[in-house]
Design a protein around this ligand. Sequence first.
Ligand SMILES: [Zn+2]
Length: 304
Amino acid sequence: MIIKQRFQPIELKIWNYLNGRAKLSPAQIKNFSACDKGFEGEKEFDKWGENLSCKCLILNDLLLEYDQNIFQIDTLLITHETIYLINVKNYEGDFYYESGKWYTLARSEIKDPLLQLKRSEYLFKKLIRSIDSTNFIIEPLLVFINPYYHLYHAPMNLPIIYPAQLERFKTKLNMQTTKLNDKHLKMAKQLQSLHKTNSFYTQIPDYDYDQLKKGVVCLACSSFKLDLNKDKLECLECGCVEAADLAVLRSVEEFKLLFPDKKITTHSIYEWCGVIKSKKTIRRILSKNFKLYGHGKSSHYDDK
Ligand SMILES: [Zn+2]
């Protein structure tokens, strides 16, 4: 049973928004692509877990804290006796392992993915002992999800599941048929409540309002070439048609995420959307969907 779902990371959402509105540097494109690939790998792992038949509780994408140390777990899988602490990597291609270090075949050293796992394991053990007296076995695992990944010279005792071993791991998990009890559920709910949503952990790229291209982007193809026809926006690139109200609300969401400190006003959204030439239309959409706070120049819209 899934207790906590996985959502697209805020960092990735921001990258996606910025991608069309700013010229990303090669370093930024690299970060964007790594973030995107990481999330794709996690979604692949979720798909793998969909037909697990063992009695287990799953918490995805947990950001926890112990003693002022923040740590992240891609998937926590709670079975009767064991808690699997899983980090997923979507590496592709050939790598090798030598004296505790990780390299690409071109001899370029990469960050040891086991270090992050070890740190999470250490902090998670401390955290779990502080909230639960049950002696669960904590098993950290690094899962390589991409079928085109290979690691040469890796010792056998590393806590790793390779792509070719995933089905056997599933069979092993499915053999655990002992039912979970209220204690497991209580602990899962408690861990869920400890999840930190305010992620100062997220690495958000630098950007500036003035540098970003303004306009509504097409829902289907992300083009800015939209034409307003009565109350609909039509994309001149792909032909996709969307109600103008919905397109503006989508753009407000984007604006809110990119600029949490900026106020939502008729003027700011009018400028941000560009394509809607009537401030009256913007005001109507905002007042229908948000609450107006304040008066005169300081008035702005926010969630109801
Ligand atoms: Zn389009």
